[in-house]
Design a protein around this ligand. Structure first.
Ligand code: AP5
Ligand code: MG
Length: 213
């Protein structure tokens, strides 16, 4: 099963993608996580990506596409994957479509986690992320068992650099301009499904599994 998660920054793509990956035993591939991992390790790619991420802008397609295509070519992707944060532009979607078509396959579902902008700003300021394993929490909605500590790996949680209110506003603008057009792109291909992302995360997940079943 090949699934794409769409939605504004903070809509809950990562949260739901991880739940899907756990349930269906497929890898959760987040280009944002790949970039953050590279930033943390101080790689050349990380240093280049950070310039854009800190502004709330998109990393150029040339860089992003190569990373994603390399990742989905790996062995663990044979039975499918859930993409989170890719594609984010029409050119990215076209490259992905070409690569998948070439291997005689297709995307099964693009799932739009729909959350209005007003809710997003509140969510982002409460988000805490684990820099080690990528797990995500929220100080009110999804608190870790022990405050400030990752449930999964025990590391100290952080506020992401790009979760400052000003950067979040830019990310939302970029989303509406560059990423939202993908909803029409996947609607035309008859794989687009939308879930109400304002519900509790378990209810959102039930809506998604009903689609995937
Ligand atoms: P990326 O990491 O993809 O960030 P994003 O799209 O802005 O999305 P987020 O990760 O912020 O939110 P999310 O939807 O995953 O929500 P989450 O589950 O964490 O990208 C970061 C940057 O990298 C980009 O700005 C860009 O620069 C670059 N980049 C990445 N991919 C790229 C690409 N393809 N092309 C170019 N550049 C790229 O949830 C948010 C919060 O809400 C959490 O605290 C969570 O616990 C909480 N929450 C989740 N669900 C619920 C719920 N149902 N109710 C209440 N709270 C909830
Ligand atoms: Mg995410």
């Amino acid at each position: 099963m090949k699934i794409i998660m769409l939605g504004a920054p903070g809509a809950g793509k990562g949260t739901q993608a991880q739940m899907i990956a756990d349930k269906y035993g497929i890898p959760h591939i987040s280009t944002g996580d790949i970039f953050r991992e590279n930033v943390k390790n101080g790689t050349e790619l990380g240093m280049e990506a950070k310039k854009y991420m800190d502004e709330g802008a998109l990393v150029p397609d040339e860089l992003t596409v190569k990373i994603l295509l390399d990742r989905v070519a790996k062995d663990d992707c044979k039975n499918g994957y859930v993409l989170d944060g890719f594609p984010r532009t029409i050119p990215q979607a076209e490259v992905l479509e070409k690569a998948i078509t070439e291997i005689g396959d297709k995307i099964d579902f693009a799932i739009n986690v729909d959350v209005p902008d007003e809710n997003i700003i509140r969510r982002m300021s409460g988000r805490r992320a684990c820099p080690a394993c990528g797990a995500t929490f929220h100080i009110e909605h999804v608190p870790p068992v022990k405050e400030g500590i990752c449930d999964k790996c025990g590391k100290e949680l952080i506020l992401r650099d790009d979760d400052r209110a000003e950067t979040v506003k830019n990310r939302l603008e970029v989303y509406h301009k560059q990423t939202q057009p993908l909803i029409s792109f996947y609607t035309e291909r008859d794989v687009m499904r939308t879930v109400d992302g304002t519900m509790d995360r378990k209810e959102v997940f039930e809506a998604i599994t009903a689609i995937l079943a």
